[in-house]
Design a protein around this ligand. Structure first.
Ligand code: ADP
Length: 374
């Protein structure tokens, strides 16, 4: 259970102890919260005492009377507002003039509950204020995390685009200045390297387009009944040239009549990513099996390869954006490190999930499960 700290500021001891008693065994919960809130109550009899307690540790909620012996409640509120403290203030003043009410609103008071109030009125005010506080804090945290992820993404992206550009520019300069003489053959390796870098950039741009499509939300999705085997055949045809080049055999087996409500482009992207990885990270003369089965209310896609495999340690990183496993075996294989993160996000759009089983040096099996009714 989460605890919210409440400070009651009132010069009447009876009011303070009454509120404390009501809130001590009270808790609130909302469907969108994992845990309920309970309350830890502290008391102050004057504005000065309240400010001291607030400065020592900011309470989450303050119940503040205006008429106090020394400085007034409104001045305490003004101070809280000036310091931009993360707390929600509820005024509990018995007779507030319009002037005080306007001032309190300007200083950011969350609401007014005029004394006297019933235990039920107090509880429902506390319930509202807790909900407000929770949502405000969650929103702030989500915005912050969103910004951080965006920034990380952009800095990795600019690096991924800048390094091939620099390499190609370097090769072109060498050629322009004929640095290794006038024989075209001596530049062959540089041209090949440049073409490989360009291919890498093209793949990255294609992956980014998939990602943009995902991020632009559902409006661009076109959901309809799709024949899964037909899409699988298209995906197999797409990777076929790569498989021939790498001498990898493709094999396809599926139940008949599997129909899914989905955006065909998205299912194709999922299959293309898994199949092209299974070929790319395979061994010379290896094999890739695509297996599609219809279970009670879900479709299960299995892409099994006889490739280099993935260690337990590396499995955790696979689905993160721009994450590539760097070792001797993957050194010459180009990729953006975006394919699996895009695949995972797309599968999750359908409330499905993706798993991987793998044995280093023997091969991997990626399993995607998508519910029929999503
Ligand atoms: P990439 O563009 O690098 O292929 P992915 O997101 O598709 O990006 O994959 C991330 C990493 O996971 C790859 O760089 C590779 O190291 C590893 N990987 C993906 N699929 C396989 C596979 N079938 N076998 C072995 N390693 C794989």
């Amino acid at each position: 259970m989460n605890t919210l700290k409440i400070l009651i500021v009132d010069d009447e001891p009876g009011i303070r102890s009454g509120i404390t008693r009501i809130l001590q065994n009270y808790s609130v919960g909302f469907p969108f919260m994992d845990e309920d809130f309970s309350f830890d109550v502290i008391e102050a009899a004057t504005g000065e005492e309240a400010l001291e307690l607030i400065h020592a540790a900011t309470p989450d909620i303050i119940l503040l009377d205006n008429k106090l012996p020394g400085i007034q409640g409104i001045e305490v509120l003004e101070e809280i507002n000036k310091q931009k403290l993360d707390t929600a203030v509820m005024m509990i003043t018995s007779y507030a003039s319009l002037d005080i009410a306007v001032k309190a609103t300007n200083f950011g008071a969350y609401n007014f509950v005029p004394k006297p109030f019933t235990p039920q009125e107090l509880k429902s005010a506390i319930e509202n204020i807790s909900k407000h506080l929770f949502l405000k804090r969650m929103t702030r945290q989500m915005n912050k995390e969103g910004k951080q992820i965006r920034f990380q993404f952009l800095s990795v992206l600019s690096h991924e685009l800048k390094s091939p550009l620099n390499a190609i520019e370097g090769y072109l300069k060498i050629m322009e200045e004929r640095q290794v003489g006038n024989n075209m053959d001596d530049y062959e390796a540089m041209i090949d390297r440049s073409l490989i870098r360009i291919k890498g950039m093209r793949n990255l741009i294609m992956d980014l387009l998939d990602l943009t499509k995902l991020e632009s939300g559902k409006k661009s999705r076109e959901l309809k009944k799709v024949d899964v085997c037909e899409l699988a055949r298209i995906a197999m045809d797409t990777v076929d040239p790569l498989a021939i080049q790498r001498n990898v055999k493709l094999h396809f087996d599926a139940d008949s009549d599997i129909v899914l409500t989905a955006d065909p482009d998205e299912i194709e992207i999922i299959l293309n990513n898994l199949l092209s990885n299974a070929v790319k990270y395979n061994k010379e003369g290896g094999k890739v099996d695509l297996n599609i089965r219809k279970r009670k209310d879900e479709v299960v896609f299995k892409v099994k390869d006889t490739g280099i495999g993935i260690s337990e340690e590396n499995k955790k990183k696979l689905f993160k954006e721009f994450s590539r496993i760097k070792n001797e075996q993957t050194r010459d294989i180009t990729g953006s490190g975006l394919g699996l993160s895009i695949t995972k996000r797309m599968v999750e759009e359908y409330h499905g999930h993706i798993d991987v089983e793998s044995t280093p040096d023997a091969g991997s099996t990626f399993t995607v499960t998508i519910p029929m009714m999503n």
